[in-house]
Design a protein around this ligand. Sequence first.
Ligand code: IFM
Length: 448
Amino acid sequence: MTATFSHKRTDFPDGFLFGAATSATQIEGTAFGGAGASHWDTFALTPGNVVRAETAARACDHYHRWAEDLDLVAAAGFDAYRFSINWARLLPEGMGAPNPAAISFYDRLIDGMLERGMQPFITLYHWDLPSTLAHRGGWANRDITGWFTDYALTVQRRFGDRLASTATLNEPWCVAWLSHFLGLHAPGLRDISAAARAMHFTLTAHAEALAALRAEGAKSLGIVLNFEHIEPASPGDEGAAATEEALFNRWFAEALALGRYPAEALEGLERWLPARWQADLDTIRAPLDWLGVNYYRRALKATAPGSPWPASREVEGPLPKTTMGWEILPDGLADRLTKLAQLFPGLPLYVTENGMSANDHIHDGAVADPERIAYVDAHLAACRAAIAAGVPLKGYFYWSLMDNYEWALGYDKRFGLIHVDSESLKRTPKWSYQAFQHMLLPRTLPSR
Ligand code: IFM
């Protein structure tokens, strides 16, 4: 294993963007700056939901250390920084009057990116739903469409003049299925009817916000979806794998590209979908300016006999794994990018998240993480293969800039290019950070 990547910046097309990604709740510290409560705050305070009941109250204290963190993004040679707004920080009641401290924080943050020559890639919703709206049914209530659109317009009117790009939602599968059917993320429901509604209302909220943002003059609008390379665990498990493929990889992408939901998913969900769902699909299909692709792993699916629909379960596979237990399969990224380029002809794609968690430790002031370097190297090779095959891939963002709050798994799962000490919060760049520096510096500011 080496400490550098085998790729050079010039191996990628002119203007290809390299960036690092984070999200608000995972790094900022929700206790600071007058943020309202989000459903993650209450979820984490409910015993049994989060490992060691860890919360995002302090997180990486990025709220106070943002300038140091942006200096690190710039010093790595990144062209762009993907971050999110905490909805509950900006609008503590979910709607109505913005929090002045939040406006001033995000103003400083965005200006700080521009001063350092980095393009701000904003995500409007990376999971911090204000509790006030959660109490009213959150993503299972059709009204979320209007609440989210009003919030999106507030962001656009305050910050839109300085943004390079806006994503409406991050990973709607997690917002809907992981959180309302599997119960593993806030609000922690295990309810198929709430899950089906959320699978639909994430898309209506995306679509209505997109239209409103366009009417307001916003440019470069997209959405970020997550994908896995799903395969049957054994012969005979093809049906289970096809159902998971439909729920995870096809539901959102096909609704956006084709204005329809896959039959294999409707088989279980149609009876729970809200009234007038078919009529919404025309709006949902409205053109995007780009699509964000989050990809981490392969997942093997098997039939779960005796279990109600979707009657599938995950099986541990034989490939090398990250500390998340995720199987590493870089070819799955090239395959997915190629499929998406066919589904969305001509649409610019970005890898908006890709990365690995590892057991990283500081020795003699350094963090050696050659496995992460190898992981990124192999996924960058997959990006190049996709580009060579004609995929209009425009950028790659590593998840994550720094070790942070990995939701229900707390602080142990370290995805960062920068090690964050759990007590002192001291930042220590890892070898992988230096590998990016080596590949990206000197930075030439890309033309867009
Ligand atoms: O940490 C998360 C992020 O919030 C969304 N995508 C996957 C990452 C790793 O699990």
